[in-house]
Design a protein around this ligand. Structure first.
Ligand code: ZN
Length: 316
């Protein structure tokens, strides 16, 4: 049977400051910090994961905070916008919340839906859309009760340097179905009910460059290791150059660059973030893979402490 990805597994981006990132994604957006670890390829840098109550696939945004990073430029070859889905009828709540924290936003429409578009502190483009589909988050934090909380990703806007090639990849390899074209975007749907609506530019756009405020890669879901191996073979057989399978502790990963310049990853749903911490204690301690554990003292000394905290605007 042909493979079809359920949708987005996670999105990974570059930022500058770990605490500023925690205050925005947990303090304001109400996401749970589900894992505090390090960049396995650069252990002097945190790798922070935010998601729903357990960091379900389709809800996870991850960050590498590089203090001295240059500012990136959003453009072709990247995910241009990360879309979050909130429960129906809650966009007013979110507008008031953004106002309270002095976060500018624009109201836009696409494919008949209303979006609140904003930027995170480093300039990463985020948008909120309200939909019935997708389970509510069970996580409440600060001023965001679970019934109004972000459910996970609604999808993403991909900015491709070769839109027809990216479209062909999504349809013919990743197993998404084209569901419309409007306002300069083609829309594709995957099988899950979150992380499932992917918009791709139809016309060329200016090239981006990596750095703070840009997405590094987008990961797609594989349901288990057996399917993951089939995905790798399919990607390779379709003319791409996937990496070997890499152990990322909370999932296994393969990466490949698609022809529109965007770095794709395919990641397994299991084992997830409760692999090394109890579900009620996720994100509380710095977790290291076994091969870094002997170096914990040095690694911890190099990282500035961070804290998930209720912000002043919610404390009154
Ligand atoms: Zn990744």
């Amino acid at each position: 049977m042909a493979l079809q990805t359920a949708g987005i597994h996670h999105i990974t981006a570059f930022v500058r400051n770990a605490q500023v990132t925690v205050d925005f994604y947990s303090g304001i957006l109400g996401l749970r910090l589900v894992k505090k670890t390090i960049n396995f390829d650069a252990p002097e840098v945190y790798h922070l994961y935010f998601g729903d109550q357990i960091g379900s696939p389709g809800t996870i945004i991850t960050f590498f905070p590089w203090r001295d990073s240059r500012q990136g430029r959003i453009g072709a070859g990247q995910v241009g916008t990360t879309t979050y889905v909130v429960p129906e009828g809650t966009l007013d709540f979110w507008q008031e919340r953004l106002d309270r924290f002095d976060i500018p936003f624009a109201e836009t429409e696409r494919f008949g839906e209303s979006y609140l578009q904003l930027e995170d502190p480093d300039g990463l483009r985020i948008e909120l859309v309200a939909r019935a589909e997708g389970a509510n988050s069970a996580w409440s934090f600060g001023g965001v009760p679970a019934e109004k909380a972000i459910k996970g990703f609604g999808g993403a806007i991909l900015l491709s340097a070769a839109p027809e090639r990216t479209a062909a990849l999504l349809e013919q390899v990743m197993g998404l179905a084209k569901v419309g074209e409007e306002g300069g975007y083609a829309r594709y749907r995957s099988t899950a009910d979150i992380g499932n609506l992917i918009d791709v530019n139809v016309e060329p756009v200016a090239h981006g460059s990596g750095g703070a405020g840009t997405v590094h890669h987008i990961a797609w879901r594989a349901k288990d290791d057996e399917e993951h191996a089939r995905w790798r073979a399919l990607v390779e057989g379709s003319g791409y150059h996937p990496t070997p399978i890499v152990d990322r502790q909370y999932f296994n990963a393969v990466y490949f660059r698609e022809e529109g310049g965007i770095l794709f990853e395919i990641a397994t749903d299991p084992p997830g973030f409760a692999r090394d911490e109890a579900p009620d204690a996720l994100g509380e301690h710095l977790m290291l893979p076994d091969w870094y554990e002997p170096h914990r003292a040095v690694i911890e000394a190099n990282l500035s402490p961070i804290q998930v905290r209720v912000l002043e605007g919610d404390a009154q």
